[in-house]
Design a protein around this ligand. Structure first.
Ligand SMILES: [Zn+2]
Length: 346
């Protein structure tokens, strides 16, 4: 029987015995404890997470973790072409949620749900109540508010519809423990060595970061409106010359600390590296999305975990990110656009 939204949303009273805090981050933490008690698939997912193995590859200013996580098979090999998506039941629509799954209401039309295939010690999917396509242009405001409300404990991420979202037809974000993702702790060091300040005002600082295997843009601000406008400038620059009705390929990682957001945007060139499509011994099942760009590469097969080399990692980031010439061009055009029309409060 289909449950109503009221039956799916869990109340603070029901959560009280799983945690006492009142912030969204506290409530999400409590929700996970409640769900582990009643939802077997979730419990199995977290049991699998306890068995993961990790290898760490050191690069000078940062490191990349490779995680063998058999629970990630479905998402790693997810078919996200239009036909496959049309033929499956949407796993984020309310009527298809498993009977034991409950959620927290947030931001008027979003629901915080526990992800049964975790990468993080606590891993959530934040899904829109409406079955509407994965597009960030008009959902960034909600992304920022949710990042702020979860920020004490979690990061929030967005995978574009062609860059790792396993439900490109249903708008959603994910959240996980910020301390687990290498990029957060390493960013200040990267910034000192590898970043160029493209724009700075009282409201927002915009950086380009390169030579860290990844090329990306970082926005720092305490002002949500200034962030939205700065992001809109980047979005326009990414979209120039491409199809107007398609979102540029990108992944986003969002953090919120001490009243300020730090938003990293990774422009992409490809969904999957070429070794993903090889056969036999040469094939490696790694399908990069925001988590990988933050420094955790997951693979669901133990043989791939044993076989992956430093060279594979370098190759992976080189192939799925934009080429240096393209990034240089994006930097120039973004800086010019921000200078010509500074974000509010600047
Ligand atoms: Zn849906």
């Amino acid at each position: 029987m289909t449950r109503s939204l009221e039956q799916i949303v869990i109340s603070p009273a029901e959560l009280a015995r799983f945690g006492t805090g009142t912030t969204l981050a506290d409530q999400a933490h409590a929700l996970l404890a409640q769900q582990k008690g009643v939802w077997e698939m979730l419990r199995n997912g977290y049991d699998t997470l306890r068995t993961v193995q990790t290898r760490v590859f050191d690069f000078d200013r940062f490191h990349i973790k490779v995680q063998f996580n058999p629970g990630r098979m479905t998402s790693t090999v997810a078919k996200v072409d239009a036909t496959s998506i049309k033929e499956r039941k949407c796993f984020l629509c309310l009527e298809n949620l498993p009977p034991a799954q409950r959620g927290l209401a947030c931001e008027a039309d979003y629901l915080v749900l526990c992800n049964p295939f975790p990468i993080f010690p606590e891993h959530f999917t934040i899904s829109c109540l409406r079955h509407t396509p994965q597009l960030i242009r008009h959902s960034l405001a909600a992304f920022l508010k949710i990042t702020r409300d979860l920020g004490a404990r979690y990061l929030v991420l967005y995978n574009g519809p062609r860059c790792g979202a396993s439900a490109p037809d249903h708008l959603h974000f994910q959240a996980g423990n910020r301390s687990s993702l290498p990029l957060d702790a390493e960013f200040e060091g990267m910034k000192a060595a590898c970043a160029t300040r493209l724009f700075e005002s009282a409201a927002v600082r915009v950086w380009s970061v390169e030579n860290c295997l990844r090329h990306f843009f970082t926005f720092e601000s305490a002002n949500a409106g200034a962030l939205e406008q700065s992001f809109a400038a980047l979005y326009a620059v990414l979209q120039e010359g491409g199809p107007a009705d398609e979102e540029p390929m990108l992944n986003i990682l969002g953090f919120h600390t001490r009243d300020e957001w730090r938003i990293h945007v990774f422009p992409r060139a490809k969904h999957r590296p070429s070794f993903y499509f090889l056969e036999g011994e040469e094939k490696l099942l790694i399908s990069p999305a925001a988590v990988e760009l933050g420094g955790i590469c997951t693979t669901p097969r133990e043989a791939d975990f044993a076989r992956v080399t430093r060279e594979h990692i370098v190759e992976l980031y080189r192939e799925v990110g934009v080429a240096p010439e393209r990034f240089a061009d994006l930097k120039t055009r973004l800086a010019a656009r921000l200078a010509a029309a500074p974000p509010i409060g600047s």
